[in-house]
Design a binder for this molecule. Structure first.
Ligand code: ADP
Ligand code: ZN
Length: 722
């Protein structure tokens, strides 16, 4: 009798064995449906010897598989990647598998689905909710649930609008083919430097070489054009390419740029896709029809039929690190996927991470350099603006020198960008009378005022409240004051200084979808915006030739907090935002407001001497045994009950094994001591680079027990220390 070991989509249970009846044929990787108790769960057949089961069941007690999907089996390299990821990041294999299967809709076998869209007729009875729904839905289309989500109303409101004829059903074919991109549509003339880098990458694609490349080129040097040549080669060979971007807001501009080079758009993969789009993309990826896929980190685990190349753009970005669920780093897993698939991986960045540079030093990654901007564009001129010598007026945040520069730039008809990495109006609100501060009831965090939406919001859990008219502590009316600036406050200041200027604010609150991002890019390109005020969202990837002035409002902000990458991250962020200036024919200027013009980060930015900054940072890391010279793993213990969290963390700390080359710090309350109503304690494991900390932690935690309400998460190679 045939039996099959199946990894089910349920992280709480290990792999289970099933009977395979004659009408079903399975092999490792087959996607199946199997009974579990009264339910049916999807899963994947696995090699039994690679996935031990803790419940050996005799043949006569096996339950049969319900269904085998008519889909290509997950290929062996992807199965190895899933095992590796689960092992390295101490995650349940099922949790990693879920990222490969991506959504239940991918498995849906119907070839058409019914979506809904507005008809344009206004219903006789137009309640405020109906009006809001129709306004927000606009031209968009989707399932009832999806439209309800977009419109922020209940499903019943949408169904009511269907009945009233204001929304109509549409049949959508979910298997429409994607048009393949044309590698020879509009190739650029590469400069000699670009051509040399491109030739190396093209050769690696041809050779199907499992090699990692760092494409290290200054902002505007043409990194994208260069790796596009490797993409073109993969297309010619009929193989698939995955391009990972750090932020979904960057997908739309990328799609446009790609279409200009290759004649057609690539397949996009991100969290904003409708279910039908997700299913269509997933199937095209699994069949090999989707030749080029661009996506956020979740695209990394999809079942590509024939991968030929992986590109990680802006590879230094910390948003490639996932901070919940499976806590993996997409840049590192991308390199592993390249290894398992036997294909090249390109990491592109103007400010590569110290970890990546170290791989180059060790000879593990090859480095390709583009030291100059393309064409007539030159690197922008960066100057520090000492806030102690040239302070802004009281209650203002933009120093007089920067104000004058903005004014001159406006007069010239050129675009400017002000960068402050803080959403909202003010990071802290307090009562002038009694000093009461507004704190989130669920988190150790201040409530941040957002004037645009007239709310106080917690940036950690999403808790919102209307700003009260009086202080809840002392009852004094109108006594609340905003402390410190956020981007909204800078936008107010700009409006007061330059009432005639056309401004745009770019934050995750205003650019929450790829469509919004596209709208921003179009307005920028059409010259409809004079001054952009934005958070880190504007530091990445954008190319606006008429943008010539960048002002950094508070360069010291990122240096507070003291996590091990603070200086590096500050340097990267400011270098990236500075890199938006002067990308066309006109030269760019960057003014960096700081209270510490002598700080190494600022000096490196101003002098352009990144190398000595990196050398000093790298030496400090080596001295401290910090990554990449040593390893960290964080153990985060949380519970709704403080005493439970403390007790479990203490138990873990007390049971820490004595291992040569490893130290355990803590437990201690996490800096973010309370998050979403859970009390948090942290331990930090620091180990020699060569030590298999995962094995140690597995054995250590595996021998312990804690109450059901306690959650213990392990963050291997952590990027966040809160
Ligand atoms: P990076 O990714 O390194 O910041 P980009 O690839 O965005 O640089 O290039 C900057 C700008 O220069 C883009 O508008 C790009 O199209 C243009 N560019 C770069 N190389 C070439 C080339 N060889 N021919 C034409 N345009 C180029
Ligand atoms: Zn909160």
């Amino acid at each position: 009798m045939a039996r099959a070991r199946v990894l089910l989509l349920n992280s709480a249970i290990g792999p289970l064995d099933y009977r395979v009846d004659r009408e079903h044929a399975v092999e490792p990787g087959s996607i199946v449906l199997a009974p579990l108790g009264p339910r049916q769960l999807a899963g994947v057949v696995w090699e039994a010897e690679r996935m031990p089961s803790d419940a050996e069941v005799g043949d006569n007690r096996l339950r049969p598989l319900t269904h085998v999907y008519d889909l290509p089996p997950l290929a062996a390299p992807l199965r190895r990647l899933i095992e590796w990821t689960a092992d390295y990041y101490l995650a349940a294999p099922a949790a990693v598998l879920r990222m490969a299967l991506a959504s239940a809709s991918a498995l849906d076998e119907r070839r058409a689905t019914t979506e809904y869209r507005a008809t344009g007729t206004v219903p006789d009875r137009l309640t405020p909710q109906r009006e809001q729904a129709l306004q927000r839905i606009g031209e968009r289309q989707g399932l009832v649930r999806e439209l309800a989500y977009i419109a922020d109303v209940s499903d019943a409101v949408i169904r009511g609008l269907v009945k009233a004829g204001a929304i109509e059903p549409v049949e959508v074919a979910v298997d429409d083919p994607f048009v393949p991109p044309d590698p020879d549509h509009a190739p650029p003339d590469l400069s000699a430097e670009q051509a040399a880098a491109a030739a190396t990458l093209v050769a690696a694609v041809q050779a199907r070489e499992a090699a990692a490349f760092l494409l290290d080129g200054v902002t505007g040097s043409g990194k994208t054009e260069v790796y596009f040549e490797a993409v073109a080669e993969a297309i010619r060979a009929g193989r698939q390419t995955l391009v990972l971007l750090p932020e979904i807001a960057l997908t739309e501009p990328f799609l446009k740029r790609f279409a200009a080079r290759f004649g057609h758009q690539p397949v996009a993969w991100h969290s904003d896709l409708r279910q039908s789009q997700r299913r269509r993309a997933w199937r095209a990826i699994a069949s090999g029809e989707a030749k080029v896929v661009v996506g956020a980190r979740s695209a990394l685990f999809l079942p590509y039929a024939d991968l030929g190349l992986i590109v990680v753009d802006e590879a230094h970005e910390s948003s490639f690190k996932q901070e919940d669920g499976v806590m993996y780093h997409a840049r590192d897993v991308a390199v592993m996927r390249g290894r398992f698939e036997g294909v090249p991986v390109i990491l592109a960045s103007a400010t590569p991470a110290i970890e990546t540079r170290q791989q180059v030093t060790l000879g593990h990654y090859a480095e390709l350099k583009l030291p100059r901007r393309f064409g007539p564009a030159t690197m922008p001129d960066i100057a520090a603006l000492d806030l102690l010598r040239d302070p802004p007026l009281r209650g203002r945040w933009i120093a007089p020198t920067l104000v004058r520069e903005l004014e001159a730039n406006l007069a010239r008809g050129e675009q400017s960008l002000l960068f402050l990495n803080r959403r909202g109006y003010a990071p802290l609100t307090l009562c002038r009378t009694c000093g009461h501060r507004f704190q989130c009831p669920n988190c150790t965090a201040w409530m941040v005022e957002h004037r645009l939406t007239a709310r106080l919001a917690c940036h950690h859990c999403g808790h919102v409240m209307p700003p009260p008219a009086a202080c809840p502590e002392c009852g004094e009316a109108d006594s609340l004051v905003a402390c410190g600036p956020g981007v909204e406050r800078i936008a107010d200041e700009v409006a007061a200084l330059f009432p005639q200027a056309r401004t745009a604010m770019v934050t995750s609150d205003t650019l929450w979808s790829p469509a919004k991002a596209a709208e921003f890019v179009n307005r920028m390109e059409a010259g409809e915006i004079d001054i952009v005020i934005g958070t880190q969202l504007v530091t990445k990837g954008y190319h606006f030739p008429n943008l010539t002035l960048v002002g950094v409002i508070d360069a010291d902000l990122g240096l507070a907090g003291g996590d091990l990458r603070a200086a590096e991250r500050s340097f990267q962020q400011i270098a990236q935002v500075a890199g938006r200036a002067g990308r066309g024919e006109k030269p760019g200027r960057v003014l960096v407001q700081t209270r510490e013009p002598g700080a190494p980060v600022i000096r490196a930015l101003v002098s352009g001497d990144a190398e000595s900054f990196y050398a000093a940072e790298t030496a400090a890391r080596r001295h401290a045994g910090a990554p990449p010279f040593g390893r960290f793993a964080a153990i985060i213990v949380s519970s709704e009950a403080l005493d439970e969290a403390v007790a479990a963390a203490r138990l873990i700390g007390d049971s820490a094994p004595e291992v040569e080359g490893m130290a355990v710090y803590g437990p201690a309350p996490a800096p973010l001591a309370m998050l979403r109503g859970r009390h948090r304690q942290r331990l930090l494991v620091h180990a020699r680079r060569t030590l298999d900390v995962q094995d140690v932690i597995r054995a250590w935690l595996g021998a312990l027990d804690w109450p059901k309400g306690v959650r213990v998460a392990v963050d291997v190679d952590p990027y966040s220390f809160v």
